[in-house]
Design a protein around this ligand. Structure first.
Ligand SMILES: NC(=O)c1ccc[n+]([C@@H]2O[C@H](COP(=O)([O-])OP(=O)(O)OC[C@H]3O[C@@H](n4cnc5c(N)ncnc54)[C@H](OP(=O)(O)O)[C@@H]3O)[C@@H](O)[C@H]2O)c1
Length: 292
């Protein structure tokens, strides 16, 4: 029987955050849900409080949120941090403003870093703790229209991967979760380039390209809303995540969903092909050249 641990979950009012909260409560854990709007969260998720979950107001994307995370750490003494809050900016590289890129990074990249900085000192002192990132298949694969979203997820994965190396010997575990498409409100909250609202997010130059096709797909297909196109069940994902944290895991990355497994295999194959195609030139660049 494992010890009751305190979980702090960002973006806990809906989707993965909500499901992970309920799954952790069902497993006998103490859970604090961080949300930007406590009133709304309570209203949308009465089961959470009924099972003993607590809410705290926190916006990870706010530049001052480090102080808010530190306050939450002081109040609750976090054992398991789940960096879950996030949204996807979908648009072409050329069509996206620097301000839009900065906001994506503020929420998906700086937010989780602020949370980590707030909980790490106490975790180091206790010589135990768990940091979980809800990343995405987009943390390994950059599709058209997803350059900015992928950049935020690649970057925050790098932070968590590095953190794993830095803190494993101090008793702190790290888990990066890479889900495929799951049925949450996520795809209804996509943000697209404001300057190209009239087309749904792309400039005329990209009509008829893969970027237009991706944006149309992200907005839904044949009258089917985008969230219904996703096959993943967030409750099943949440159970897998809670089981991994409580049961122990020997891996850094947990890939969720058959769509994501297939996409990962394809990308690894492309990576391997590039490695083979460039092996000879790669091996010849040392001062004293090595044989391929
Ligand atoms: N659903 C998928 O298919 C999918 C696939 C791969 C990865 N993901 C990742 O899973 C995580 C959770 O997403 P979800 O699918 O559960 O979607 P969701 O239902 O929209 O939940 C995301 C939560 O993040 C918070 N959030 C959203 N926009 C924010 C902003 N601008 N600033 C601060 N917080 C914001 C919100 O929490 P509060 O309102 O409670 O503050 C929101 O409830 C995200 O990091 C996403 O990248 C989702």
């Amino acid at each position: 029987m494992s010890r009751t641990q305190t979980w702090l979950i960002t973006g806990a009012s809906s989707g993965f955050g909500q499901s992970i909260g309920i799954a952790a409560l069902n497993a006998g854990q103490r859970v604090v849900g961080a949300t930007r709007d406590v009133v709304m969260a309570k209203h949308c998720n009465p089961e959470f409080a009924a099972k003993g979950g607590m809410w705290t107001r926190l916006d990870p994307g706010h530049p001052e949120s480090l102080a808010h995370f530190a306050k939450a750490q002081e109040e609750f003494d976090v054992d398991v941090l789940v960096n879950c809050a996030g949204y996807a900016f979908i648009g072409g590289v050329e069509d996206t403003s620097e301000q839009e890129i900065r906001h994506q990074m503020e929420v998906n990249f700086y937010g989780p870093i602020r949370a980590i900085k707030a909980v790490l000192p106490a975790m180091r002192r206790k010589k135990r703790g768990h940091i979980v990132l809800i990343s995405s298949g987009a943390g390994f694969i950059a599709r058209p229209g997803r350059g900015v979203y992928s950049a935020s997820k690649y970057a925050i994965e790098a932070i968590h991967e590095s953190l794993m190396h830095e803190t494993h010997s101090l008793g702190i575990k790290t888990l990066i979760v890479e889900p495929g498409a799951f049925r949450t409100a996520f795809s209804t909250r996509l943000v697209t380039p404001a300057a190209h609202e009239s087309t749904g997010g792309y400039s005329e130059a990209y009509r008829g390209t893969k970027l237009e096709a991706m944006l149309q797909m992200m907005h839904g297909k044949d009258g089917v809303p985008p969230e219904n196109l996703a096959k993943g069940d967030p409750d099943k994902a949440a159970k897998a995540i809670v089981d991994a944290v409580l049961g122990g895991h020997e891996y850094l990355r947990l890939i969720l969903g058959p769509d994501c497994v297939k996409a990962m295999e394809d990308k690894i194959g492309e990576f391997q092909r590039d490695l083979e195609l460039t092996r000879e030139v790669s091996m010849g660049t040392d001062v004293v050249a090595m044989k391929a």
